[in-house]
Ligand binder design. Structure first.
Ligand SMILES: O=P(O)(O)OC[C@H]1O[C@H](OP(=O)(O)OP(=O)(O)O)[C@H](O)[C@@H]1O
Ligand SMILES: NC(=O)CC[C@H](N)C(=O)O
Ligand SMILES: [Mg+2]
Length: 540
């Protein structure tokens, strides 16, 4: 689940990079592996800084000062296709036609056939294993087909319509054409979010595209509107054009955005994430009450698993008239563990991140509330921590139903066997994570919790719960291939072998590398100090 960003300032002499960087830090919860910004300055020149790392580390003051121009595109990455190589950090760039920069959230499910098309028909070289580089080149190929010396909005709509006919999967994208403007589009099912807002200035209007509305709130933009499924929106300094260019398909935003991914203070597709999580807590309270009564178990205290579950846990506690205590204190400097690469790192960081306060657990029957149980890494660790500090019974309640199916649309859950609920019922899951009892939200209750705030949405992508994939094109053969490429144990093997094979490992040096990190206080307008697109890996 990455974060994407586009910004066009009405005054081209004001640099967009500082605000893009600020915006990316607000989207950091969507991707912690890599980040980047490309801006477009005078004469349509692009300036880039991207690398593996968090926003605050990669996009420091010096780097930002060298990103010239009043429009730009940004990205925070959570790798869900290809590798974690710094060459796959986004935005991606291709010089022909016109000069295009591209940022993508989601996953394509037909990368192998698109790769074949690129090679055999479009004659475009793809230099990484990223599906986003493929998607950029598909966009470029479709723009090329217009055959125009100078392109206009209609040509761009035609090109994006062509792209949408040619690829399948989840994609919310922001692109930038050199000297022209910024563009956003969303796949025909609208699986991944992206919206837009504007801001009045003394001279005209600034425009923003972002994965989540929180960015608009924080940067003083208003009039947030979602880009619609299958829609493309083009913003130039002369205004906004939007058009539905994709096939008409079922609108199915991913329900997991509401369960876990998005910030609670965002509103996605007209639904407040915060309110939907409150409703999840209310609904789960009824289920928990029922199960506890059936089993004759009493609970002394409700404790959330920070951070995401807090909103739901508080409502659940209030509904059940039980005390709510913050029994786990989070180290605020450790990021989200679920989106960290590799099981070892995730496990280690749950321990680093959370500390159990003995006073709140000792001698009590505690009800831990989490938003979801995926691999069970978090639950397993925190249940042990709760028991270590003297909890009598540990009951776990999950705001999401059991997750038994792979995600193919941009969450890194490729392998069913890594999921703790795969092939297990609730009792077996409880045993696997060391809980005395586990209670799951039902799927109808989860859907109702979210949908009540926008009943015009009839379907959500719930594939991780149901194994039904709204785009089609996902069968057993596909899932087996995905597992063989991306399961944790496979990725570990590839990382170990990468020095010999130079295939996917983090040590391989691709084409698109981080700009020099050089102590330099010089001017940013001279050729020596500005940062173009193709930089060397040079840290001094
Ligand atoms: O069963 P698992 O595989 O452990 O995955 C589920 C857990 O991971 C996430 O927490 P994370 O720490 O990533 O983020 P948060 O701080 O926003 O809760 C999520 O909120 C669950 O707690
Ligand atoms: N989670 C995402 O949106 C990732 C985008 C893209 N598939 C990548 O892996 O870089
Ligand atoms: Mg969590």
């Amino acid at each position: 689940m990455c974060g994407i960003l586009g910004l066009l300032l009405h005054d081209p002499s004001v640099d967009a990079a500082p605000e893009i960087s600020e915006a990316l830090s607000l989207l950091q919860h969507r991707g912690q592996d890599a980040c980047g910004i490309v801006t477009c300055g005078p004469k349509g020149r692009f300036f880039q800084c991207k690398a593996n790392g968090m926003v605050r580390d990669v996009l420091d003051e010096k780097a930002i000062a060298k990103l010239i121009g009043g429009m730009g595109v940004g990205h925070v990455r959570y790798p869900t296709a290809g590798s974690s190589d710094h060459a796959e950090a986004q935005p991606f760039y291709v010089n022909s036609p016109y000069g295009i920069v591209f940022a993508h959230n989601g996953n394509l499910i037909d990368s192998p056939s698109l790769l074949q098309y690129m090679d055999a028909t479009a004659h475009r070289h793809i230099n990484t294993s990223s599906d986003s580089e493929l998607l950029l080149n598909l966009f470029a190929d479709n723009l090329q087909k217009t055959g125009k010396f100078r392109i206009n909005e209609d040509d761009i709509f035609t090109a994006i319509g062509g792209l949408m006919r040619q690829c399948t999967g989840a994609y919310a994208c922001v692109a930038m054409l050199a000297g022209f403007g910024v563009i956003a589009f969303r796949d025909p099912n609208g699986i991944r979010p992206v919206g837009m807002a504007s801001r009045k200035t003394d001279t005209g209007r600034d425009y923003l595209f972002a994965s989540e509305s929180i960015v608009a709130d924080a940067l003083g933009f208003s009039g947030w509107e979602d880009v619609k499924p299958g829609e493309a929106v083009i913003i130039t300094r002369s205004g906004v054009s939007r058009k539905h260019v994709g096939a008409h398909a079922t609108f199915a935003p991913d329900i997991f955005e509401f369960v876990y991914f998005a910030r609670p203070d965002s509103v996605l597709d007209g639904i407040s994430v915060y309110r939907s999580r409150m409703a999840m807590g209310d609904a789960l309270a009824i289920e928990v009450d029922k199960v506890l009564k059936e089993r004759g178990i009493t609970v002394d205290v409700v404790i959330p698993v920070p951070d995401t579950s807090r909103v739901a846990a508080l409502n659940l506690a209030q509904k059940l008239k039980l005390p709510y205590r913050e029994g786990f204190i989070k180290n605020r400097y450790v990021g989200r563990t679920f989106i960290m690469p590799g099981q070892q790192m995730r496990r280690k960081n749950v321990r680093r991140k959370l500390n159990a306060m003995a006073l709140e657990f000792s001698g009590k029957n505690v009800l831990l509330v989490d938003d979801s149980i995926v691999r069970g890494t978090t639950s397993e660790e925190i249940i042990q921590m709760a028991k270590d500090v003297g909890a009598k019974k540990v009951i776990v309640a999950s705001c999401a139903p059991p997750i038994r199916h792979s995600n193919v649309y941009g969450i890194d859950m490729p392998s069913r066997t890594e999921l703790v609920a795969y092939g297990r019922n609730a009792e077996e899951i409880a045993e696997a994570i060391g809980a005395d009892l586990v209670v799951f939200q039902t799927l109808p209750d989860l859907i109702a919790s979210v949908r009540q705030f926008n009943p015009s949405i009839s379907t959500f992508d719930c594939s991780v719960f149901t194994g039904e994939y709204v785009t089609g094109g996902v069968n057993e053969e596909y899932l087996h291939r995905l597992e063989s490429l991306r399961a944790d144990n496979v990725k570990n093997k590839v990382a170990v072998n990468s020095r010999e094979g130079q295939s996917e490992g983090s040590r391989a040096n691709g084409l698109h590398n981080r700009v020099n990190i050089v102590a330099s206080g010089g001017p940013v307008n001279g050729a020596d100090d500005t940062v173009g697109l193709h930089n060397t890996w040079n840290i001094s």
